[in-house]
Design a binder for this molecule. Structure first.
Ligand code: FAD
Length: 483
């Protein structure tokens, strides 16, 4: 039988390769990765049904190899799904019996003109190479503009110190991918903090790099950085930290210098006390023009599917993600996909939705391995399907953040919902979304210890009406539900 081939050495691909090869020692497995390091999960702890807490480690790809698992450090440049082959950048052609595509995603860039003098100051952060590039410009920067309102932008605004940050967001509150206005307000005090003064703080998760030289190799398809990517980098600019949030706006233009700004707009340039000459000038849809040393584009990612979709007719989801069914199969026979490159195409459970995160990349890579196994052995992988309640554990502003279910009431008719919230300033926030008396989602910030209970409440849809508005006063009684 031809080998099982997995493409991508990120969390999804590496997990899929490892799980499949361990479960099926009699089968040959080939993992092909454009990046020299692979990302692995370590110290996995699962709380409740599916709240995963883990470290992400980078390893030399050879560390993953075992008797039936071989790792190739190559780019896949062609897929021929009829012949069941992939072609590598060194010209070799590999035949597969089953293929799993786990090639992740690449950052979306803000639209800009092709001026090289503008382009070199627009950065994104995806891998070690781009992070070093960012760090190098930051070290001489007095003002940077961060565009985007997701996790990476929020993390950057907190981690960068010694620099004025203009944070351009399209929403009315910051961090809107994860926070509503209540949570955003809770965190607003932290924006003034300078993390450089809190060196004793616990890091997000441990981060190990086995071979620094290899992990720094330049690569078009670098593996996405680990959660503590900033720990190895100096995140300090050349002035004082100050954060200005520009809400409900987008970038409408970027100018290479003052001379390129139309005269009628020159009065819109926001003055700075000690600098007139900036690398680029950014015009926001509000009309204001900010000069800055660098623009960071953190506006989301696009699935890395192009090399496969060019010559093969996959059914695609939004942004050309490879659509997969409830057993991680794409629309082409024998081809699976997992992680950031895929779109969940099954009828979603009421409290789960897809987000391009570590947690889901791991879950999907694991489940894809179980599905491939089950299809070969003609069994059902149903037992391993674990996409019922959305869960995500992370850290923002130095605090643990756990998001469960429809934590922002995503997709719910808000007139039917109520929200209960308990806040201890700068320490803890508990927010729950309720509908018809049962819990739909929750945000837990700080060390609350309620995650397991709340996940069960969301999964089982217990009627909590009897607690009325006092649900969060009586969480201990709520926990008795399960005794
Ligand atoms: P990736 O990790 O992107 O791996 C894709 C792999 O495919 C790479 O090895 C790449 O080299 C390989 N590849 C691509 N094309 C080819 C090809 N043609 N041939 C061969 N190999 C190829 N998520 C969180 O949950 N929490 C966080 O705190 C968090 N922080 C983040 C911070 C940053 C700066 C970034 C960029 C992302 C962050 N994410 C975070 C998102 C998270 O990194 C991704 O969701 C996750 O890495 C996706 O895993 P993946 O395996 O699908 O893809």
């Amino acid at each position: 039988m031809d080998p099982i081939v997995i493409i991508g050495g990120g969390i999804a691909g590496a997990t899929c390769a490892k799980v499949f090869s361990l479960d099926n020692p009699a089968f040959d497995v080939i993992l092909i990765s454009a990046s020299p390091v692979v990302k692995m999960v370590a110290n996995l702890r699962t709380i409740g049904r599916s709240i995963d807490i883990f470290d992400v480690i980078e390893q030399n790809s050879s560390a993953l190899e075992n008797i039936n698992l071989k790792v190739l450090h190559n780019n896949v440049i062609l897929l021929d799904s009829k012949k069941r082959t992939v072609t590598l950048d060194n010209g070799s052609v590999i035949k597969y019996s089953k293929l799993a595509i786990c090639t992740g995603a690449k950052p979306k860039m803000i639209p800009m003109q092709n001026d090289i003098n503008v382009k070199r100051f627009i950065k994104c952060i995806r891998d070690t190479e781009t992070a070093k590039d960012f760090q190098s410009i930051l070290s001489t920067s007095k003002r940077i503009i961060i565009v985007g309102n997701g996790g990476i932008a929020t993390e950057l605004v907190y981690e960068v110190s010694g620099c004025e940050i203009v944070w351009a967001i399209k929403d009315n509150n910051f961090g809107a991918t994860f926070f509503d206005s209540v949570v955003s307000k809770f965190f607003s005090d932290f924006l003034k903090e300078d993390p450089a003064s809190k060196s004793d703080q616990i890091t997000k998760r441990h981060h190990f790099t086995v071979n620094q030289a290899e992990s720094e190799q330049k690569n078009e398809f670098g593996v996405a950085l680990g959660p503590d990517w900033h720990n190895g980098f100096s995140m300090i600019g050349k002035s004082q930290k100050n954060v200005v949030i520009e809400k409900c706006c987008q970038i409408s233009n970027i100018y290479r210098d003052v001379a390129s700004i139309p005269t009628e707009k020159s009065s819109h340039i926001v003055k700075s006390t000690d600098q007139d000459n900036w690398n680029v000038y950014v015009e926001l849809s509000t009309g204001q023009i900010y000069g800055c040393d660098m623009v960071i584009s953190a506006t989301g990612v696009l699935p890395n599917s192009q090399v496969f979709t060019e010559n093969n007719t996959f059914t695609l989801g939004a942004d050309k993600a490879l659509l997969v069914d409830n057993e991680m199969r794409t629309s082409i026979e024998h081809i699976y996909a997992a992680g950031d490159v895929c779109a969940a195409g099954w009828p979603l459970a009421a409290h789960w939705f897809q987000m391009r995160l570590w947690t889901q990349a791991r879950q999907m890579g694991f489940y894809a391995a179980k599905c491939i196994s089950a299809h070969i052995h003609k069994t059902s992988p149903e037992l391993y399907f674990n996409f019922d309640v959305f869960t995500h554990v992370t850290r923002f502003f130095g605090l643990r953040v756990i998001l469960l279910g429809l934590y922002n009431g995503q997709g719910l008719p808000l007139e039917d919902c109520s929200i209960q919230c308990r806040v201890t300033a700068k320490k803890e926030l508990i927010k729950v979304v309720l509908r018809n008396g049962s819990m739909q989602g929750a945000v837990l910030i700080g060390e609350t210890d309620f995650e397991e209970t709340f996940e069960k409440l969301i999964y089982n849809q217990f009627d909590l009406s009897r607690f009325g508005e006092h649900l969060l006063d009586d969480v201990v009684d709520v926990e008795d539900f399960f005794d």
